[in-house]
Design a protein around this ligand. Structure first.
Ligand code: AMP
Length: 281
């Protein structure tokens, strides 16, 4: 497995492969890898010949500087996992390589109304930062396909909005959420959970699963209300939102007959903010 720290070195590696007709896939990550990330690498192999995983903790998508500072960076462990997964190359630039004129470089793109909903409401400017770095990664790799996890449901919609807006020649592939055995969605942030937090964190997947299991028995309002009641009286858990929305617009679902529905949740468990979702249909 090759490791690249500059766009130039990455380009020198990829150009002849592309010329030889190889399909290139990218798996963008912020590192602190777990089996969710590795599932993206494995799925990428089914769609492309050369897989590049990027590891870059992107400063422009963090709204809380403390969150950025404490983001885990176990790089040796990450490289070993990617090597074992059969990843071809890792792109690990530093901040200057991606933002030569500083991380306050201007960027704004119209991502539509959904940008400001849900995560966009709690993390102002987050999706501008996400799309800014993903565009830079796409420019560096020029991938045929790019893998993103359903775990970050809204992020996939925003990336697709950017790709459509800029007419980028890349296919976005959404990968299912990989969970721990007890249902907790894998996340790099889970390592911050204390033993008590780890138990409490199960409320996210349990409340989502409740909605899936009881979808036919209650109205949308009742389902949301019942799901929210899971969060009452749990010490150290603070619900940001639990909502059932149209899966394309992220607007609150008006009817069970909408063609696609998703339940999404965000909650602070201890000091760690977690998100999760389940597609209803
Ligand atoms: P991150 O490093 O958290 O930015 O995540 C990198 C990519 O991995 C994103 O596309 C995520 O949606 C995806 N991802 C994160 N957690 C999971 C998971 N539990 N299952 C599947 N994909 C995931």
């Amino acid at each position: 497995m090759e490791v690249f720290r500059t766009k130039e070195a990455l380009k020198a590696y990829l150009t002849p492969l592309r010329a030889a007709g190889k399909k290139i896939g990218i798996v963008p990550t912020m590192g602190a890898l777990h089996n969710g990330h590795i599932s993206l690498v494995n799925l990428a192999k089914a769609h492309a010949d050369v897989i590049i995983c990027s590891i870059f903790v992107n400063p422009t998508q963090f709204t809380d500087p403390k969150d950025l500072e404490k983001y885990p960076r176990p790089i040796e462990h990450d490289l070993a996992m990617l090597n074992d997964a059969g990843c071809d190359g890792v792109f690990m630039p530093d901040v200057e390589e991606m933002y030569p004129s500083g991380a306050n470089e201007s960027w704004h793109i119209d991502l539509g109304e959904a940008e400001l909903l849900l995560e966009g409401e709690f993390r102002k400017g987050h999706y501008q930062g996400v799309t800014q770095i993903v565009k830079k990664l796409f420019d560096a790799v020029e991938p045929d396909i790019a893998m993103f996890g359903q775990k970050d449901f809204q992020q996939v919609l925003m990336i697709k909005a950017m790709v459509a807006h800029l007419k980028l020649p890349v296919s976005i592939i959404t990968c299912p959420i990989i969970r721990e055995e007890d249902g907790l969605a894998m996340s790099s942030r889970n390592i911050h959970l204390t033993v008590a937090d780890r138990k409490n964190a199960l409320v996210l997947s349990k409340s989502l699963q409740y909605v899936i299991d009881n979808f036919d028995s209650f109205s949308l309002e009742e389902l949301e209300e019942k799901a929210k009641s899971f969060y009452e009286n749990i010490d150290g858990v603070e619900l940001d939102y639990f909502t059932i929305t149209n899966a394309n617009t992220l607007k609150s679902a008006k009817s069970k007959d909408e063609s696609s529905l998703v339940a999404l949740v965000a909650a602070k468990v201890g000091t760690t903010r977690l998100i999760d979702n389940m597609i209803i249909k």
